[in-house]
Design a protein around this ligand. Sequence first.
Ligand SMILES: NC(=O)c1ccc[n+]([C@@H]2O[C@H](COP(=O)([O-])OP(=O)(O)OC[C@H]3O[C@@H](n4cnc5c(N)ncnc54)[C@H](OP(=O)(O)O)[C@@H]3O)[C@@H](O)[C@H]2O)c1
Length: 266
Amino acid sequence: MSPTSISFNHHRNPLDDKKLNRLNMRPQSPEAWSGLALVCGTGGIGGAMATELQRTCPSLTVLTAGRGDHHTHDLQLDLESDNDLDRLSDELSSRNQPLRLVINCSGRLHGPTLHPEKRLKQVERRQLIEQFSINSIAPVLLAKAVEPLLRRDQPFHFASLSARVGSIGDNRSGGWYAYRAAKAAQNQLLRCLSIEWARRWPKATVTLLHPGTTDTELSKPFQSFVPAEQLFSPQRAAEQLVSVLLEQTPEQSGAFLAWDGQSIDW
Ligand SMILES: NC(=O)c1ccc[n+]([C@@H]2O[C@H](COP(=O)([O-])OP(=O)(O)OC[C@H]3O[C@@H](n4cnc5c(N)ncnc54)[C@H](OP(=O)(O)O)[C@@H]3O)[C@@H](O)[C@H]2O)c1
């Protein structure tokens, strides 16, 4: 799923210890993460993320949100429905706990009528709209929906799963026009968000994450090209992503990071 050549830049800004302490921006221990966590999209990685977050941060109340069958998640949320998004902040505030983390694990690459394009001839308006709807519009409208719950004095993380193939600088193999472009658009939308929130909510951190190629429904049709040792189980992907998230501070907000914490070229 990933292009073969990868360019890494370590994004961390080496602030000295004194400055980090003064800014109170040190990464927090998992025990310090308390309040509500919302995992949106309960597919392969989302389901594993919810389990891993609960295991690593026992003081968090982890809620899952998704569409379809009510029994598989705590909240009914179709991220492509304005009505559902409008209801979300009321549903979360009724829990009477500070919102500590929202992680968007939804996404779409293929479907019965959605086929990642190999060439220009296959690019269609309908497929572009379908990809942008979930992979770029949904995450920023999710951020808008939860914003009423943010507080200036309260740490808050907003993370969303992107994909390395959304990197424009790293695109050396082409193809997958709509998915790549939709992930690139998500990156730009959430980068804008990180800049606005840095001014308005100084304790907020926004992070875009590439999970690595992971064995889920989304990657199934493309796994034959992936060496076995490079295909993560959802559990392993979730462990890696949670440990990257725990390292992030408001000072690093707006980063696009891979599963190993390395920065990805935009
Ligand atoms: N797996 C990989 O190798 C890989 C690599 C790079 C990036 N990613 C990214 O990681 C994220 C998670 O992917 P995954 O591998 O876990 O795929 P997955 O198992 O197919 O999960 C995707 C989830 O998104 C949900 N979703 C889709 N549209 C939704 C909507 N309108 N409202 C609410 N939920 C919706 C799906 O729910 P339904 O079942 O209801 O459709 C499904 O639960 C995606 O953003 C993907 O692009 C994955």
